[in-house]
Design a protein. Structure first.
Length: 265
């Protein structure tokens, strides 16, 4: 299995995804914005469709359009401060409408199904280098903005009073979420991408550790989830995205059972 180039590319991409997604996801979960990941993952389908229609790299198209949608969500928060779910509905309607319109127009001369369900066969060297580049830049940005983002996650108003440039950092974070979404598309697929952002973090939270420990465990669980999903889906001949989502849920259930047994005994 490992002698195939596409599998080697997929494993390298998966490693970077398993680090980036929970690093982004933990801040989304703490801010109760986990559904933003789901909205932007569906928004990426429109970016993919645009990229394919323009004969450009679809991952790059997904990154650009998802970044725009992330910035749009942050912009709309000014007008719908108490209705985050309504903002997500607006952006979701816009992006899905664009995606369906482009795909159904017949102007795309490529199969978009692999992006919806995930496929290890479609991971190219160019995709791998793009994923590595976006992941490294995103993780470095997270390290640089770590303290400010942590402050904002727990109390946005207090952070603003303390002099943190909340609005600017929120826009930067929107782009980082877009980066996590776009780099994960090839392996995980659009439909279940949010599972890689939220579920490893949800699993790590059950351990009841501090923030840094929770972040580390999130990455560990993420790596276990995606590697199991990748290898088992290869042998079972199923889409890696859906199977990885099942693995994420299974690992979460196992941790919950272990936590319950620990309290009993």
């Amino acid at each position: 299995m490992l002698e195939y180039d596409f599998m080697q590319n997929a494993i390298i991409v998966s490693i970077f995804i398993s680090v980036l997604c929970p690093c982004i996801g933990i801040f989304l979960v703490l801010r109760r914005y986990s559904m933003i990941g789901d909205t932007l993952s569906h928004a990426s389908l429109a970016g993919i469709a645009m990229g394919l229609m323009a004969n450009q790299n679809p991952v790059l198209g997904a990154f650009v359009f998802t970044s725009i949608c992330g910035a749009l969500i942050e912009f709309l928060r000014t007008y719908f401060k108490k209705y985050t779910d309504l903002i997500l509905s607006i952006v979701l309607s816009l992006s899905v409408g664009i995606a369906i319109t482009i795909i159904s127009s017949g102007k795309i001369h490529a199969n978009a199904d692999s992006f919806m369900f995930g496929s290890i066969l479609t991971v190219t060297r160019l995709d791998m280098f793009m994923v590595i580049g976006l992941s490294l830049v995103s993780v470095l940005a997270l390290i640089f903005l770590y303290n400010q983002m942590l402050y904002i996650s727990y109390d946005e108003e207090a952070a603003q009073i303390a002099g943190v440039r909340v609005k600017l950092i929120n826009y930067v974070f929107s782009i980082l979420v877009a980066s996590a979404v776009s780099v994960s598309i090839r392996i995980v697929g659009v439909l279940v991408l949010s599972s890689m952002i939220a579920l490893p973090v949800a699993t790590a939270l059950q351990l009841g550790k501090g923030f840094k420990a929770t972040l580390i465990f999130s990455v560990v669980f993420s790596m276990v989830d995606i590697m199991l999903g990748l290898f088992l889906s290869y042998y079972l001949n199923v889409a890696p995205g859906g199977f990885t989502a099942l693995v994420c849920v299974a690992v979460l259930i196992l941790v919950l059972i272990f936590k319950k047994l620990k309290t009993i005994f």
